[in-house]
Design a binder for this molecule. Sequence first.
Ligand code: ADP
Length: 686
Amino acid sequence: MGCKISTEFCADNPVASTSKVHPSDLATSSLPIKPVEFYDPPQPVNNDQIFRKVSLTKKESKEKETRRISLQVEPKKVKRSSRREYLDFPEFATSSHKVFIAELYHGKSTAKWNFQVIPMLTTFFSSSYTRIQRSKNTASRRFSIDTSRAKSNQFVVSLCAKKIGIIEYPEGRPDKQPSDVYWHNVVLSDMNKIVTSPHSKVNKFPGMTELAKKISLTHAISSMQKLFPDEYAFYPKSWFLPAHLTDFHTYYRKCQAAGKMEMWFIVKPDEGAQGTGIYLISNPSQIRDVDQQQLVQEYIADPMLMGDKLKFDFRVYGVIKSINPLSIYVAREGMARFCTEKYEKPDSSNFKNLYAHLTNYSLNKANEAYVHSNTLQDQTKGSKRLLSTVFHQLESRGIKTKKLWHDIKLILVKTTLAMLPEIMLHYEHHFYDSPGPQCFQIMGFDVMIRDDGTPILLEVNAAPSLTADHVVPYPGRSLTEGGQRVRSIVDEVIKMPLVRDTLLLIFPTRYGAHSGHLLFLDKAMYIYMQFVQLRNNVNITGAGLKQFVRKCNLADVMPIAQVDVKVAEINYYFTGDRQASGNGLPFHAFLMFLFFVAEKKFHMESDLLAKVQRLLSFCDMSLRHYGVRSARLRRAEVDSSIGNVEIYMLPSRMARNRSGRYGQKEMDANNNPNSFSHLPRITERL
Ligand code: ADP
């Protein structure tokens, strides 16, 4: 059986997975481009606050930068408890992923709790979130970033790197040493040749470009829609052509038979972007080329409109910090893109007017009615606005923006969960012969709001634009006659903090760097958990220990017959009681047992830490034969001789019955070391 197992699975790197950054770090050092004071819009932004800030900073613009920082508007006083939300996802609890949503909350020197962390599942780490205060001293070690393949991202990335003290190598490192971070503008197929060190981080997941394309995304969401129809109702009904043409016809006829005459669909080429090749139809016979790979989607004809009657949608940015454990951050600031002509429900007279139906910047900028914004005041009426501004505008129209934002975050999480299996698969596939670096990625989620306030996901962008400039027409002329490239204030306000906070997010802080290596015993805990009857006890019994020794193939150094003697000895050490313990050994007593076994089995190693590390890896390997029981152990195993891929999925450890308690069935299934057979095993032919 040819097993390929990588020892590092993305953010398995303990340093990276535990570090939490406090963005007040951001309010330091030189602020590279103007207008820096705009970088921290609170959410939702109150326009008065923006204006006040602008006027203050104008007045003080000649002052020193530190002065400017102190003039920043005080963040809205929100009670810490009220800014924390808990999401309950019983249906996703079948995975032992820890899912964090935190909001990148931009550079408040006074804010204490800038990241909003929402642990979706109770795992061992979910409570270990620590607030990290800014260090007075700069980090002792300077990190490096290779931007030689960042292309259009380079401007923003390079400024952010400079701002937070990361050394940039725009041409790659001359000394050929690996950089700490590689920033690419697209997913490169030879990423494994460029990023060779498992300690490096790279801003793209392999395969993500493909996975985020319209058809792949629809596949991923459709699977989830079949399993959780209500949870995934946020994605419009879709058909991929040519394969689903008959289904589409059948659906159309069914609707007609049910008396639904006014139906509109939107046709999008799979490879398309920026609105190219998109058109509206009201009848399947209007599809231009039925043999082309494309997506036909139910057209959402009731978008929410504001006073100007222009259709708009949001680009919300999510950062997938790691996939194991799954850790997603949602940027609090985003973009709202507006159409340039008034919206009316599609009909035969207006369905070709894409300026009213599509919100794409690249399309609308060609329209004379496009409103460029040169200041933050302008953008409140511009064609491209801050998400927070529009939220504020919606709020003043009576929309419950808190709920809306909550629902949007759920869409981001659910969509990422739908894409996750394939992200993992691509990662393992791409780095099948190497440990692989830690990947992270900024994703753009396009979300439109229905008239009734429900958000709808339109598409996911694996490489959202990170440019911070735009072309504006010369005065009195149209853009078709050329224009001038100028900085876009709206883009700066959104993208600078996004990139800067993402960089901060992936680097260990002072605390993470100093103590990341201490995150180590969780591995022992995962093993321990598998041999404890958690329903009854948190201690491991003698019988559990014997199972552990047997399943982990340790009987050569710890004969089964001697386990009871050892347990009694350790028990005495812990309780002072010479009688054999009926309650079993607590975790730290189990650790003592582990240390003892490690000393015997790996005596050639120099110190206890190395011995225990070896033992834990050995146990992981041994336990794989019985099915994988924790996220850390999950691996795709490839049997090359018969061409099968076996993916061991996780047991539904967290499944609860109605009373909120663990069901007997799940408990037996998950915690009885004799019953490994329940573990779902997916075997596919390659
Ligand atoms: P592209 O990748 O080419 O930008 P999108 O799927 O984002 O393609 O669609 C472009 C625009 O069309 C969106 O920004 C939105 O304004 C509009 N749109 C897309 N799908 C729908 C839909 N199902 N209902 C209503 N409007 C849509």
